[in-house]
Design a protein around this ligand. Structure first.
Ligand SMILES: [Cu+2]
Length: 150
């Protein structure tokens, strides 16, 4: 019984260190930044994460960058235009007080153009999130399977 509990505890510890990575900046928490592996020759990709604002003031994500990973990163959303889902760049994404904004497939995402190397599952790369109030926050993006949806 004792050993079983120990195993469960060890498994929980391993899973939190591997999967539940998060980054704090003032009242903001950025949960689990992730991306998908890419095929050879593919130079576009997307980054997803969750931003939680536990404070009482709004903030906004203005841009994301890492010139060593991709030539350009843009904030995008998906819009339904006459029944067709289309991606559109957005200037900024507001993070209201006590709210969580989900960057995920078919929704807000960070679009990467000119990705410099093929991304393989298990890779990690840093990007910097530029917030109006919280300033620059560097996070580590985990590359997951090509069909990962979270
Ligand atoms: Cu996009």
């Amino acid at each position: 019984m004792f050993f079983r509990k120990l195993c469960i505890a060890a498994a929980l510890l391993a899973s939190t260190t591997t999967f539940a990575h998060e980054f704090k900046a003032g009242e903001l928490v950025i949960h689990h930044p992730w991306s998908r592996e890419t095929m050879a020759g593919m130079n576009m990709g997307a980054v997803y994460f969750k931003i939680e604002n536990s404070g009482s003031k709004s903030d906004s994500l203005q841009s994301v960058s890492n010139p060593e990973v991709a030539e350009k990163m843009e904030l995008h959303t998906h819009l339904n235009e006459g029944g067709v889902m289309k991606m559109r760049p957005v200037g900024e994404v507001s993070i209201l007080p006590k709210a969580t904004v989900d960057f995920k497939p078919q929704s807000y995402h960070v679009m990467m153009f000119g990705v410099k190397k093929q991304m393989k599952k298990g890779d990690k790369f840093p990007v910097t999130l530029h917030f109006k109030e919280a300033g620059d926050v560097k996070v580590e993006v985990y590359v997951e399977a090509a069909d990962s949806m979270h």
